[in-house]
Design a protein around this ligand. Structure first.
Ligand SMILES: *Cc1c(COP(=O)(O)O)cnc(C)c1O
Length: 379
């Protein structure tokens, strides 16, 4: 018996890509066909770069075929090597891009509330080999960008941010892509703004553009000169066209998601043992995910139990980011990966659950999801 609550007829997933009207995409693609130009800095690519610089309020931006390649190139463009201090509570791409650059990730514990790298613990992880800090604005909550910059200045370190969850985030009206040396955005289909696959780097130092754009195009400077060992990180015209059409839908999607977020918070705040990601003052939210934390002692059931139970109702949540990156076999032998070094990360990773969150999720479905959570708690 599941009380009066029944499961959904159709599965509800944690997210759904923003799908523009097909004819609008086709309309845009006609321009590409007419130009007979499919990649290598075409018109759509240039147009999307301009529009994103505007939207993200950043002085310079380079587009990429995905966010992971963009991050790899961010390290290359700043000539980062040795050791980089980062967080274990992130998507696999973050530590992996260090490994692909022959850099050792050094895992630093997270703040128990924001779930971002804890600036007060960074200094103790610095060694003579440290060259940079790689922070992640997890779930769109900005890292403590001011404290991190202070530490970086003091020790002569570079700062890179993984802002894959932080599209449109602003701190006191300033675009999140303005902090640190370079910031990466991902435009993967699961992100609020997307180009199916894609990404971008933003940076304050305009002189970096030349090097970054060379690195994403094999290091080819002109017909006669190849000046560095670059890779192929170019966004093509189909991706850029899709992005231009999707970008027009972002504001409306944000309004819908804002309503869903409000309703979730209102209905779930009554439930003991469920808490939310803090909303920081002066921060414009990314509305990328709706994660909750389930405190097993107070809620009476574990996160894993809730996750499994929800599946029975056709609700497919995600345990972002389980497992911790420091527990992957490729990193677990590192001294910084020991659980003794990462107590907050280990606590958070047991509690986090990301609920379905996308603009087309009906409000009555949100109500049902909240009701089901209550049923799971008392059953
Ligand atoms: C999505 C994501 C990435 C990877 O971006 P891709 O565009 O898929 O390569 C990196 N870091 C985080 C935190 C992400 O969520």
């Amino acid at each position: 018996m599941k009380n009066t609550i029944v499961e959904f007829d159709e599965p509800i997933f944690v997210t759904r890509p923003l799908m523009p009207e097909l004819n609008e995409v086709v309309e845009k693609l006609k321009e590409v066909w007419d130009a007979k130009w499919l990649t290598n800095n075409g018109k759509q690519h240039q147009s999307l770069e301009d529009k994103l610089m505007d939207y993200l309020k950043v002085p310079s931006l380079s587009l990429f075929n995905n966010g992971t390649i963009a991050l790899i190139i961010a390290c290359q463009s700043l000539r980062i090597s040795g050791e980089v201090i980062t967080t274990p509570f992130t998507f696999a791409a973050t530590p992996h891009i260090l490994a692909w650059n022959d850099i050792n990730p050094i895992f630093c514990d997270i703040d128990p509330l924001t779930m971002n790298i804890d600036p007060d613990k960074i200094e103790s992880m610095i060694t003579p080999k440290t060259t940079a800090i790689l922070g992640v604005h997890v779930f769109g909550t900005p890292c403590d960008v001011f404290k991190i910059q202070e530490i970086a200045n003091q020790y002569g370190l570079k700062v890179i941010y993984d802002a894959a969850h932080a599209f449109g985030v602003e701190v006191d009206g300033k675009g999140i892509g303005n902090f640190g040396d370079i910031t990466m955005f991902s435009f993967h289909a699961t992100k609020l703004f997307h180009t199916a696959e894609g990404g971008a780097l933003t940076y304050g130092d305009k002189h970096l553009k030349n090097r970054i754009d060379l690195l994403k195009n094999f290091g080819i400077k002109n017909e006669n000169e190849v000046v560095m060992p670059g890779i192929n990180g170019k966004m093509n015209e189909m991706q850029a066209s899709l992005g231009l059409v999707v970008l027009d839908l972002v504001e409306e999607e944000r309004i819908k998601r804002e309503k869903i977020r409000c309703l979730y918070r209102e209905l779930l705040s009554e439930i003991e043992g469920i808490s939310f990601v803090p909303e920081l003052e002066g921060v414009k939210s990314s509305l990328q995910y709706f994660p909750i934390r389930i405190n097993e002692n107070k809620f009476g059931k574990s996160r894993d139990f809730v996750y499994e139970e929800l599946k029975k109702y056709n609700i497919f949540t995600r345990k972002y980011f389980y497992p911790l990156c420091s527990d992957y076999p490729c990193y677990s032998q590192l001294p910084s990966a020991s659980s003794y070094n990462l107590p907050n990360s280990h606590q958070v990773v047991k509690e986090i659950l990301t609920l379905p969150f996308f603009g087309d999720l009906d409000l009555d479905k949100v109500e049902s999801i909240c009701e089901i959570l209550k049923v799971i708690k008392i059953r």
